[in-house]
Design a protein around this ligand. Structure first.
Ligand SMILES: Cc1cc2nc3c(=O)[nH]c(=O)nc-3n(C[C@H](O)[C@H](O)[C@H](O)COP(=O)(O)OP(=O)(O)OC[C@H]3O[C@@H](n4cnc5c(N)ncnc54)[C@H](O)[C@@H]3O)c2cc1C
Length: 342
């Protein structure tokens, strides 16, 4: 499983792909958890069953959903030249296909990146850095709905990112809601058309299509509504955390909240199984985002009036990411389990 915090830097080439991977298989074996390598296609919270892609069903007493989110869909985004930022396997597949096309042509291909949030901007900058020596140089353009990058209240960091895009030669089309993708072009809601040989999509968060759910209250975007104990509001046997969960007080879809919720989720599963009172998850109001600029520089965003930027911020991000991923190396987990007598 990939750690998305290191994804843009891996796309840029600062890490090898294996460095951002967590070996779920080994961790499951260590924890003696039975692992199914399959997609869940249906969740029935009334019958208390899940259905796997091969049609087999499984009953549950307690269910924890941590299935994340994918970019919001745009009409026509099923075309072969469209590359979603998530799932990560789809991103790598699409990136390889795009690079095969770059190798096969002596024309400068037009690359569109859709989405002006952290994911889209970081991805565009990472692609520009990855392809910096390619000739002819691909022409990258970033399309985003509002006039400003990032969310409201991030003016300082948005200004740094706008400069970084300019320096990297990435054209920026603000106020451009892309409403349709066709082979070779993308079109905005107000009828403008742009050439796009490949389209990378990082358009916020949506529930993975093709997943049926029954008996689960969901918010207007389809995410599962949970209470402060991460429990489905009308399905006490179902817990959810991370991007798929819609918290009582909404929070951005960010790995920070997913990671912080995980220990509470694990604890509450045990408490629910043993009939003890559940713990509350108090999601912090704001999270620090360290956003890579493609090069070995990053900008820190936390709605501050100033946005610290540079190599030191990149080193901080690198240290945090490396420490995070190291915690999930099977050797480290085995050592912790051994020390705590598990
Ligand atoms: C380019 C990019 C960069 C990002 N960088 C950062 C960052 O630096 N910091 C940060 O905090 N956040 C970052 N994010 C956001 C972050 O990726 C998410 O908020 C975080 O991954 C959410 O964690 P999660 O566990 O909820 O879901 P995910 O990490 O998305 O994991 C979901 C898992 O569930 C599996 N799954 C999904 N559906 C099914 C199904 N039906 N059946 C079985 N399995 C299923 C998936 O295969 C996946 O393994 C970034 C996102 C993107 C796109």
């Amino acid at each position: 499983m990939a750690y998305s915090g290191m994804l843009p830097a891996t796309v840029a080439g600062h890490y090898a792909r294996h460095e951002m991977q967590v070996d779920i298989g080994r961790l499951a074996r260590l924890a003696q958890v039975k692992r199914y390598r399959t997609r869940v296609t249906q969740i029935d919270a009334i019958a208390r069953t899940i259905t796997r892609a091969d049609g087999t069903r499984q009953c549950y007493d307690l269910l924890a959903l941590n299935i994340g989110a994918v970019p919001r869909s745009i009409a026509g985004d099923h075309h072969a030249h469209v590359v979603p930022a998530k799932p990560v396997t789809a991103l790598w597949r699409g990136l390889s296909a795009t690079e095969r096309r770059l190798d096969a042509t002596d024309r400068a291909l037009e690359i569109a990146v859709i989405g002006g949030g952290t994911g889209g901007v970081e991805l565009a900058l990472a692609l520009a850095y990855r392809w910096r020596h390619r000739r002819p140089a691909p022409r990258i353009a970033l399309y985003h709905r509002g006039d400003a990058l990032l969310g409201r209240g991030e003016r300082a960091a948005a200004a740094v990112l706008a400069d970084a895009l300019f320096d990297a030669g990435i054209a920026r089309h603000g106020g451009t809601t892309i409403a349709r993708i066709t082979p070779g072009t993308i079109a905005s809601a107000d009828g403008r058309e742009f050439v796009a040989d490949a389209v990378f999509v990082a358009t916020g968060a949506a529930v993975l299509p093709g997943l049926g759910m029954r008996g689960l209250a969901r918010d207007e975007r389809g995410f599962i509504r949970v209470n402060t104990r991460l429990q489905g509001v009308d399905a006490p046997g179902v817990f959810a955390a991370g991007d798929i969960a819609s918290l009582p007080v909404p929070r951005p879809k960010s790995g920070v909240y997913a990671v912080r919720a995980a220990p509470v989720l694990a604890d509450n599963l045990e408490r629910a199984a043993t009939g003890r009172p559940l713990r509350e998850f108090r999601a912090q109001r704001r999270a620090l985002a360290l956003i890579g600029l493609g090069t070995r520089r990053a900008v820190a965003a936390r709605s501050w009036p100033l946005a610290p930027t540079g190599y030191a911020v990149w080193r901080l991000k690198q240290a945090i990411d490396k420490r995070f991923i190291a915690r999930y190396h099977a050797g480290e987990i085995a050592r912790i389990m051994h020390r705590s007598g598990v």
